[in-house]
Design a protein around this ligand. Sequence first.
Ligand code: UDP
Length: 314
Amino acid sequence: MRAVVTGGAGFLGSHLMDRLLLEDYSVVIVDNLITGSLENLEHVKNDSRVEFIKADISEPISVDGPVDFVFNFASPASPDDFRNFPIPVMKVGGVGTLHALGLAKAKGAKFMMASTSEVYGDPTVSPQPETYWGNVNPIGPRAVYDEAKRYSEALTMAYRNWHGLDTRIARFFNTFGPRMRLNDGRVVPNFIKQALLGEPLTVYGDGSQTRSFGYVSDLVEGVVRLANSSYQQPVNLGTQVEMTVLEFAHEIIRITGSKSEVSFLPGLVDDPRQRKPDITRAQTELGWEPKVELIDGLNLTISYFKAKLGQVTL
Ligand code: UDP
């Protein structure tokens, strides 16, 4: 079996690559390295089963030879990225997805779209089931990502219905783990870095907004199960351990043993107030549920960031 993973040098994509190698796939990584990094592929640089193509899928892509599965995981994913790279974010989710779908069609390959809880926007129901259509501001600062992902889902279903492509859609909720970028601006790397450096943890707004954090290996397990199933509707993948951002800040301070305090900064525009997946579908269709406790996942992630920061004295 041979898979193409777009965004395979990124956080989620590189963990997926590792898992696919264990499943006896060979893997072609396509990544333009806008937010991905070759460091995430360093451990497989001599593995003949892995090929790397530096390319932007917003341009037409070609891959030689047979392909069994295209996993479309390319996109900057941090709210900071939405501000820094708004057009590339829209292009990769829109025309990039079109090219990835075209590749799957040309190769007769199966296709998986890495979508997101962001399709629910600032949800008015909680937890969010896949049947909820969402509450997205189409012109706000997050719209470049949210709307691109909503478009990519629509495009994926159109290819299924029009071309008979064998497609899957995974909707990831907040996912964390090693290989996140230390400076990507998201809450997990920010808080861990700040706690390790003894700096104040920057809570945006009053910190009452909620998130549910899932550890990357659990999410990748969900991806593999979805890939091996024939389920065609979107599937939420995430944990139901919902907490406020303020609680999360205190948890990071506690686990790291840091002397940092919390500082409150102005809230972000359109920051979703709550986010918690309904995972009934993943449970019933895939027999999947998250296994890694938050504390265990955080400890693994903290070790990774400690190494990245070099020797840190608290
Ligand atoms: N957040 C925060 N401080 C930070 C970074 C993020 O309070 O330094 C908050 C942010 O406002 C949001 C939540 O943490 O409510 C999760 O933000 P993240 O950027 O990780 O991703 P999102 O879930 O918003 O896509």
